[in-house]
Design a protein. Structure first.
Length: 325
């Protein structure tokens, strides 16, 4: 089955909402990046880097007056479909603020948060859904993976840097696949990979099964805090490389240093536009000063998501920079 909005997401939408999207032009449907439903607010999508309203006829419009207004009951019924009529069975995911659909599409949730003893116990009275459409772009890392691979059995510790929606997670996923399976053109044999997927975005597990291709030598700790997941992988799965997303806390720094001291390589991502911005964040600055990473790969979306802007080594020397022209 082809992964996409029509095959993966439409079955989870209540009929009233589904019929609207099925009226939409197929090309527009295939280019949706997000579907937003808010109680009593316009039905919206994020498409080609623009927020647009959706009309009852499935048209995309910049005019709020033409938009279909979503009822709270429609949001609740969509969530029932997504949880297979057993919201309780998805409680652990829901209290983290999202659930993952078949195909790796992540559904963010908003509503009334129930707190018990200082911890989030549940979310109820749902008032919003944000369906982020997974875009698995096979081969999207081939233009930069040569900067990560050191030789046939080793890699550079790498930090991938970029602003939101520039393709960091998509690149990480594709890198995992190549490093796990091996890459003949670079004479790379393939290594054991451990992924700590705290927000179910890299492997996009659904009921424990990765929905994205992250390679056949890859083990995934899903919905697990990064620091705990790294320690668990070190103890139990003997990885050669650990991959994780969006580092930046004290716990992340300590866990990464423990990984490196165990002789295991690390590939991670962090939000930022450049190295200078990372230096403003205390924990990332400490990692930079310690020479933790051999490569810093800076991405943007200037020429589309995954645009390679710079590659910088551990001494902060630029070894590649994109020419704007």
């Amino acid at each position: 089955m082809i992964k996409g909005v029509q095959n993966d997401i439409m079955p989870y939408l209540i009929q009233s909402i589904r019929e609207i999207f099925m009226k939409m032009d197929r090309e527009k449907l295939d280019n949706l990046q997000e579907i937003r439903m808010r109680a009593g607010k316009p039905l919206m999508v994020y498409c080609r880097n623009r927020d647009l309203f959706v009309t009852a006829d499935g048209e995309l419009s910049g005019d709020i007056r033409a938009a279909y207004i979503v009822a709270q009951s429609e949001i609740v019924k969509c969530l029932e479909l997504m949880s297979e009529n057993s919201v309780y069975a998805f409680q652990d995911e829901i209290k983290s603020g999202f659930i993952t659909l078949r195909g790796g599409h992540r559904v963010g949730l908003s509503g009334r948060v129930v707190i018990q003893e200082g911890q989030i116990k549940n979310i109820k009275d749902f008032n919003g859904l944000n369906i982020r459409v997974a875009k698995e772009i096979l081969g999207c890392s081939r233009h930069l993976i040569r900067y990560i691979i050191k030789n046939k059995k080793d890699i550079h510790n790498t930090l991938i840097i970029g602003p939101p929606q520039c393709g960091k997670t998509t690149i990480l996923r594709d890198v995992s696949k190549y490093l796990s399976n091996g890459l003949e053109e670079l004479d790379f044999e393939g290594l054991k990979i451990g992924i700590v997927d705290e927000r179910s975005e890299i492997a996009a597990c659904s009921k424990g099964v990765p929905q994205n291709d992250v390679g056949f030598r890859t083990d995934v700790m899903d919905c697990c805090p990064k620091a705990l997941g790294m320690e668990m992988l070190l103890r139990s799965m003997s990885p050669n490389i650990i991959i994780t997303d969006e580092i930046g806390t004290q716990g992340d720094k300590d866990a990464i240093l423990k990984v490196l001291n165990s002789g295991v390589k690390i590939i991670a991502s962090a939000h930022g536009y450049n190295i200078s911005e990372l230096k403003l964040r205390e924990e990332l600055l400490a990692l930079i000063k310690a020479g933790t990473f051999d490569r810093y790969i800076v991405l943007s979306s200037n020429n589309g998501p995954g645009t390679l802007e710079e590659v910088i080594d551990s001494q902060l020397t630029v070894i590649y920079r994109r020419c704007p022209l």
